[in-house]
Design a protein around this ligand. Structure first.
Ligand code: WT7
Length: 646
């Protein structure tokens, strides 16, 4: 590796010409390609022995085996010589009186102090640390501190309920929890510490570190709980890094699948960092003077890869905002863009649609001249929202990058190359595979389909950012991603290529739904509903929603002899809030005398979707339905529901 010549990535331009050349190389000689990129983007302490040792048929993924590095060193220490005084984070509080400007030097010191604090409470290499924090600088600092000492973080979104939090803490075996007294979001508070107490009511952890954020009084349970400021003030602001193997885990992040409990997706140090750094640099055409704002919460993969690791590995300046932009004043969003001169803005279609719904006045109130690239992620973007983003927000001058990827892919997989190059942008198309990514759209037999035909999106070749496993469940990793189509990684999404070869993503083809960019497993919501003592069975589907993309729609059957009452609706919604969180609350719950099932007992969600959408002409083949009269019953139940509303 040491012989590899490093490319000048700062001045390199990925345009159609260089892309075509590099793409060919990345697919034809992947090991040479990734070895070169590994040298370009990452500083290694010890070089690797094997570039790629992945095998889809065994569900084993491995990159840069034998190499040593530290992710935090790559995000901070190596920039200090030139960028100590450059701003790393412009932090904007939910309440404009709270702001912080943190340079690379200061971020480094605060991370070291945090890392030493973790060591003081006994955290060492390989230990799992749960981070349950609001969008305050400490969220990023805590992640980097874990990476510095080799601890594995698992960030849990603050919107998850105590029960969901406990499930994750238990599954990952976390020893230490980092939380705050409260989160502050759009002028409301989130009782994080209280939630942690509830989550830990019947499990034991070594320490709960509490950050003072809102300043409210919270219960502290001695000796388990400790205030961060009391722990930190005596710590040094220097902390040696722990050199890690490229394949040592960096983090576990939970996401929903189509069956069972959430999956703890494992990402490792070397390959993940390279892939996050490289995709950030090229997909957003990042240049030294750019100011980047990714609005995603740290609790999601977007917050990990483009809210922390990708940008910091490139020494970029970030904006971080405490609130939720979809819930913030639309004036504030564009004010922040102007205040910090944001040049690259990355958000989700649901946020774009919310902002669009508030009209053009907030836009008229701001300049937005600094914007250059506008990104979107999380769900397919509808053309109206795309056009508004392009024409109104970006005044027709910005390139829109619609980035398709997943928690499991670690980084962006398919996205248009920021122009110039192609004359016309395509609203709603994810377009081209990133370097080294080989998508393959197949039919149900795993046979490649021709252009302009819908099929299942798979990836035919491993890439360094690929997830390495599901924590404590290797069999499920194999079964979820590698068992459908031999030799291919199955994404769970549908897609087609247009006549130019550009990729369009059509949405999930499994029992996963996407509500406001949040991925939810229908099975998890159903098991929450059946916890109610009167419910016999539940079936959940996603139905189109103008702002959220999809909303949760549930059909429930009751244990015989119990009559349906509308007063059950809030009780059932509460079951879901308790089990998962408000983000999964069904907007609609309808009583069903019976559910449509196949003779083998599988719920036919496809039929439920047609019934919910009142598209009975699209029911298609119902010959596998065990009891055809169910359709009529459901129709009657929905009609009765509608009458009630009118
Ligand atoms: C699922 C992954 C990756 C960050 C956020 C979501 C959907 C994601 C797009 C896009 C169409 C998209 C897919 C995917 N998705 N980006 N640009 N166009 N669909 O991560 O929670 O792991 O969800 O989000 O269905 O499989 P995630």
């Amino acid at each position: 590796m040491s012989q590899l010549k490093q490319m000048d990535i700062v001045n390199f331009k990925l345009n159609q010409e260089t892309y075509s050349r590099l793409y060919q190389q990345s697919i034809n000689e992947p090991n040479t390609f990734w070895a070169e990129q590994g040298a370009n983007f990452v500083t290694w302490f010890v070089p690797w022995q094997v570039v790629n040792d992945s095998d889809f048929s065994k569900a084993t993924i491995s990159w840069f085996k034998g190499a040593k590095l530290n992710v935090c060193f790559n995000c901070l220490d190596r920039h200090l010589a030139k960028k100590a005084n450059q701003v790393a984070i412009f932090w904007e509080g939910d309440n404009a009186h709270r702001r912080q400007v943190i340079t690379y030097q200061r971020l480094y010191e605060r991370v070291c102090r945090f890392a030493n604090s973790l060591k003081t409470v006994g955290v060492s290499k390989g230990d799992k640390v749960c981070i349950y924090l609001p969008m305050i600088p400490e969220a990023m600092i805590a992640m980097l501190a874990c990476a510095r000492i080799g601890a594995v973080h698992t960030v849990v979104f603050g919107g998850f309920s105590p029960r969901a939090l406990r499930e994750r803490i238990q599954n990952a075996g976390c020893k230490v929890i980092i939380t705050a007294d409260e989160g502050i979001r759009n002028a409301t508070t989130i009782p994080l510490k209280k939630n942690v107490d509830a989550a830990l009511s019947d499990i034991t952890v070594r320490k709960v570190i509490v950050i003072k954020n809102s300043g409210t009084k919270v219960a502290m349970h001695s000796p388990r709980d400790i205030w961060y400021h009391e722990l930190a003030y005596q710590q040094s602001e220097a902390c040696e890094v722990q050199w890690m193997d490229a394949e040592d885990p960096l983090f576990i992040l939970y996401t929903s699948g189509s069956t069972g409990k959430p999956k703890g997706i494992i990402h490792t140090s070397g390959g993940y960092l390279l892939y996050a750094a490289m995709t950030f640099r090229y997909v957003f055409d990042y240049q030294a003077q750019d100011i980047f704002w990714c609005t995603a919460d740290m609790g999601w993969i977007t917050g990990h890869s483009y809210g922390v690791y990708g940008p910091l590995a490139n020494g970029a300046t970030l904006v971080m905002y405490e609130g939720l932009i979809a819930g913030a004043s639309p004036y504030l969003v564009w004010e922040i863009v102007d205040r910090y001169q944001v040049s690259i803005f990355y958000t989700a279609p649901t946020a774009i649609r919310t902002l669009m719904a508030s009209g053009d006045a907030p836009l008229a109130n701001s300049k937005r001249d600094s914007l250059r690239i506008l990104g979107t992620v999380g769900e397919p973007i509808n053309p109206e929202a795309w056009r508004w983003y392009h024409q109104k927000v970006g005044k027709g001058k910005c390139w829109i990058v619609d980035t398709w990827w997943q928690t499991e892919t670690g980084g962006i997989m398919i996205a248009p190359l920021p122009g110039p190059g192609k004359e016309q942008q395509k609203p709603g198309a994810a377009c081209q595979p990133f370097l080294g990514i080989k998508p393959l759209i197949v039919d149900e037999n795993g046979k490649a389909v021709v252009k302009e035909t819908q099929g299942f999106l798979t990836i035919a070749q491993s890439w360094p950012g690929q997830a390495r496993g599901i924590y404590a469940n290797p069999a499920r990793f194999d079964q979820s991603y590698f068992s459908q189509y031999k030799g291919l990684y199955f994404t769970g999404d549908g897609a087609f290529q247009d006549k130019d070869g550009d990729y369009w993503i059509t949405g999930r083809v499994d029992d996963v739904i996407n509500v406001a960019g949040h991925r939810l497993g229908t099975a998890e919501i159903e098991s929450a509903l059946v916890r109610h003592p009167l419910v016999a069975e539940a079936a959940v589907i996603g139905v189109p929603h103008p702002v959220k993309g999809e909303s949760v729609f549930a059909f429930v059957t009751l244990i015989s002899s119990n009559p349906w009452q509308d007063s059950l609706i809030p009780e059932l919604q509460q079951e879901v809030i308790v089990a998962i969180g408000k983000l999964a609350k069904p907007d609609k719950i309808v009583y069903a005398p019976k559910l449509p099932k196949t003779r083998s007992g599988k719920i036919m969600r496809r039929l439920l979707r047609c019934i919910a959408a009142d598209e009975l002409d699209k029911l298609g083949d119902i010959s596998t339905l065990a009891e055809p009269e169910v359709i009529e019953q459901l129709k009657a139940a929905l009609a009765a529901e509608k009458n009630k509303l009118e």
